[in-house]
Design a protein around this ligand. Structure first.
Ligand code: TXA
Ligand code: MG
Length: 310
């Protein structure tokens, strides 16, 4: 596959010239561009077929770089110390004199930022003099990519370079925590609510999505394998694939298991790749069994719920 590489210098060159490059992170692959460049950021939106109203996450290498663009606070410091780099995205207020392209955050006052934990991408970020805007590397509303091959499946040769970092460790997107208001979770993800509460010593609510939407990307059909998804099923219907959490039911050809032993981390890691596999095998729909909703299970159920929207 011609555009899949492990060449960081090449990526740096493309990015410096306002081109878009796919990067590995610990959560899912990202479609990255210079966050200070209108041209690069607009390319990301257009490749992804994403509405300009849905803001992107900006990826930083260091806290000193971040401070040029955002206002941090005490809760940020606590969470940063414990979880960064790692699968946690912060919504912060943007500084007035920040150099970030206005397209990155859809011209809002706030900005979503994170510090990815992946050696290749950290090394790349350390060599750049700008942060990277990067949404998940998939066409809008489709499944996120957890391998370089998934990115290739999504975009073909439309992206010049895909940095190959193997399969992502976590397999689900970062948790988004809003620190600009009463602290709340806008998207469950790789860091659990329980983990956040233990550090902040308070109850944190998962924001119910309303018309006054904070994370527009969380509305409507999302994470879709491209075939209907039916939740809380006991059995598959004819021609349906059955996705189960652990290996409980008698396994038939059309049964797919997130984690044989019922391990939540393993289940999260396998979610998107199994959904992609089911679609590739030609099934016309997916029935999903019950999945526990504690810990990472909250994020797994969130993704499946959105994949079942119509
Ligand atoms: O794990 C991840 O977070 C991955 C990797 C590549 O870093 N990125 C990712 O980006 O999931 P994306 O664009 O697929 O999802 C970003 C979400 C969207 O739902 C968007 O609406 C929300 O973040 N978001 C971005 N900026 C925001 C802001 N200022 N306020 C509230 N929500 C925001
Ligand atoms: Mg996404």
């Amino acid at each position: 596959m011609k555009n899949i590489h492990s060449n960081i210098e090449k990526a740096k060159k493309y990015l410096t010239n306002n081109n878009v490059v796919a990067i590995p992170t610990e959560t899912v692959y990202g479609l990255a561009g210079n966050a200070y460049s209108n041209k690069a950021v607009k390319k990301i939106f257009s490749l992804k077929k994403r509405s300009l109203k849905n803001p992107l996450i900006v990826h930083y290498y260091s806290i000193s770089d971040l401070k040029q663009d955002c206002i941090i606070n005490e809760a940020f410091n606590k969470l940063f110390r414990k979880f960064c780099p790692g699968p946690l995205t912060f919504v912060l207020n943007k500084k007035k004199n920040s150099r970030l392209s206005k397209y990155v955050n859809a011209n809002k006052k706030t900005i979503a930022i994170r510090f990815p934990k992946n050696k290749i991408t950290q090394s790349l970020l350390s060599k750049l003099n700008f942060p990277l805007a990067a949404p998940s590397a998939n066409i809008s509303s489709k499944l996120s990519s957890v391998t370089a091959t998934d990115v290739k499946d999504e975009f073909g040769n439309k992206i010049k370079l895909i940095l190959n970092g193997g399969k992502t460790k976590i397999g689900l997107e970062s948790t988004i925590v809003d620190l600009t208001d009463k602290i709340s979770i806008l998207r469950p993800g790789g860091i659990t609510i329980e983990q956040l509460e233990a550090v902040l010593h308070c109850k944190i609510k998962l924001k119910k999505l309303s018309k006054n939407i904070k994370s527009p990307g969380q509305l409507g059909l999302h994470y879709s394998p491209g075939i209907p998804v039916r939740l809380n099923a006991n059995y598959p219907k004819k021609n349906e694939a059955f996705l189960q959490f652990s290996e409980k039911a008698k396994n038939k050809n059309n049964y797919f298991t997130l984690s044989k032993s019922g391990n939540m981390r393993e289940a999260a890691k396998n979610l998107f790749s199994i959904l992609r596999l089911i679609k590739k095998k030609g099934y016309s729909s997916i029935a999903v069994g019950r999945i526990p909703s504690h810990g990472l299970g909250l994020a797994i159920n969130d993704r499946l719920k959105k994949a079942s929207n119509r």
